[in-house]
Write a protein that binds this ligand. Structure first.
Ligand SMILES: Cc1cc2nc3c(=O)[nH]c(=O)nc-3n(C[C@H](O)[C@H](O)[C@H](O)COP(=O)(O)O)c2cc1C
Length: 180
C-alpha cells in the first residue's frame, strides 16, 4: 500500500514533519509512506498558470498522488486555519482534474496550542471536500502542546501519542483497503 505523506509545514524543525516521521517509523507491514514537503512552490497566480503552467513540484506531487493508494496530510494551525503553503498546494493541484478526487485521505496535526490543530483540521476537511477527496472521519489525532511531546531532535517521545498513532495507522490501512 503506497501512501503519500504531506507535511503542511516548511520549516526544518517542524513538529508536523516530525509527526510524519514518527508515522513512517510506525508504518505497518505492507504500508509505505513517502514523505513530501511543500517548500519552494510559488503562490497560485492564474496569469503564471496561463503563461507557464503548473510548477514542477506540483506536477510531480500530482503524479505521486495519482499513483498512490492514499494520502496523509499532517498540518499545523496558523491563525486558527490551514497554513497558506498547504492551501496553496491544494489550490494548484485543484486546477484541471484534481488528483485528490476520490482519493482516500487521512489528516492529523500538531501545534503548540491546547487543542492541537482542531480548527485547521476541520478547515482542511472542508477544503478536501471541494476536491471530492474521501477523508477518514475517525479516529482523529490532535497533538496539542507539541513542545512537550517531541525531544530536541524531533523524536516523538510521548507514549500516549505513540499509542494513538499506532491505532490510527491500523484504522487508516483498513480505511484505504475499504475494510469494514
Ligand atoms: C503564523 C503563525 C500562526 C500560528 N497560529 C497558531 C494557531 O492558530 N493555533 C495554534 O495552536 N498554534 C499556532 N501557531 C503556533 C504553531 O502551532 C507552532 O508554530 C508550530 O510549531 C507550527 O508547526 P510546525 O512546528 O510543524 O512548523 C502559529 C504559528 C505561526 C508561525
Amino acid at each position: 500500500m503506497k501512501i503519500i505523506g504531506i507535511s503542511g509545514s516548511l520549516r526544518k524543525a517542524s513538529y508536523n514533519t516530525s509527526l510524519l516521521r514518527a508515522l513512517i517509523s510506525l508504518q505497518p507491514q505492507g504500508m509505505e509512506i513517502e514523505p513530501v514537503r511543500l517548500n519552494g512552490i510559488s503562490v497560485y497566480d492564474g496569469d503564471d498558470e496561463k503563461a507557464t503552467g503548473k510548477p514542477a513540484a506540483i506536477l510531480e506531487l500530482d503524479q505521486k498522488i495519482r499513483a498512490s493508494d492514499g494520502v496523509v496530510i499532517v498540518t499545523p494551525e496558523y491563525n486558527f486555519s490551514i497554513p497558506g503553503g498547504l492551501k496553496n498546494a491544494i489550490d494548484w493541484l485543484s486546477r484541471g482534474s484534481s488528483p485528490l478526487k476520490w482519493k482516500r485521505v487521512g489528516i492529523m496535526g500538531a501545534s503548540d496550542g491546547p487543542i492541537g490543530t482542531a480548527r485547521s483540521q476541520y478547515q482542511l476537511r472542508q477544503t478536501l471536500q471541494s476536491q471530492e477527496a474521501i477523508v477518514m472521519p475517525r479516529p482523529e489525532i490532535f497533538v496539542s502542546t507539541a513542545h512537550e511531546k517531541f525531544d530536541a531532535q524531533g523524536n516523538l517521545t510521548d507514549e500516549a501519542t505513540l499509542k494513538r498513532l499506532n491505532k490510527w495507522l491500523k484504522a487508516f490501512a483498513d480505511w484505504v483497503e475499504k475494510k469494514a
